[in-house]
Design a protein around this ligand. Sequence first.
Ligand code: ZN
Length: 329
Amino acid sequence: MTAPTPTPGIHHVTCIAGDPQRNMDFWVETLGLRLVKRSINQDDPSTYHFFFADAEGTPGTSMTFFPWEGQSRGKVGTGQVARTAFRVPEGSLDFWEDRFDDHGVEYEDRIERFGETVLPFRDPDGLPVELVAVEIPDDDPTVPWTEWVPESAAIRGFHSVTLWLADPEPSEDLLRTMGMEEVGTEAAQGDTPGDERTRFAAEGPVGKYVDVLPTVEGGRQGHGTVHHVAFQTPTDEVQEEMREAVRSAGLRPTNQIDRHWFRSVYFREFGGVLFELATNGPGYDSDEPQAELGERLVLPGEFEGRREEIEAGLTNVTVPRPDAAEADD
Ligand code: ZN
């Protein structure tokens, strides 16, 4: 069969958090992302699903969370997305270290990786995250959200995810099937186990890289771990091509599921990581105006009819606002 249209890169990453307000405060106020959708978990409407992204919810920028208060802390390990990295403008890491000092964020020493500088830190649930300083081109597809962080430092979508895998080879073949190319290997450093990191690159520029580290660290899903990573398959046609390619490779992709802001296909890849293929449309502004993204609880489809019951079952959260923060001082 012919090769599928290559994925341009990561679409979104979805993680598990604990307290929803603490999660919201950190990702909006400390990291400066925009809440582009406040919704519910469509499989468990008594819990939230938050989507944090750039100013326009551009594909390749949204970090999403299931705040599952009933779960316990997880452990990052083999068969997971063990690290999620974001792009920030070259020269902004001093700003970020100062900000982390001010906000009491746990961060580590910077490391050099494939010629780029990486600042590793953890969110309040212990989720390992990295900022990677890169040159942001003038025509970059991402749009900085500057309510909390100036444009000179604002997060500009995903840089990469790092997969920890017991047996990387079948997963690496899958990444090639998805249209990514191996671009280098390097000795692993920092707090990651395994001895060699292999990097795969998609077309990009956003969410361009997937790194693979051979590891055998036992993991457990829970607060502070990644639930799944989604890759861009911009249109239904391209997604179906990729779905067929993945199926031919011996995996078992789901049928397409309507996630309202995109349409999704899921499969567990050979190393145990849950992968998703997501269309670029309809987008986060398909059911609320761009200017009002995230301001109200959006209940897709049939859930709207149960709004009263659903709202009553959810913990109250407030989206942090700079003007409100000033008023508190
Ligand atoms: Zn997803």
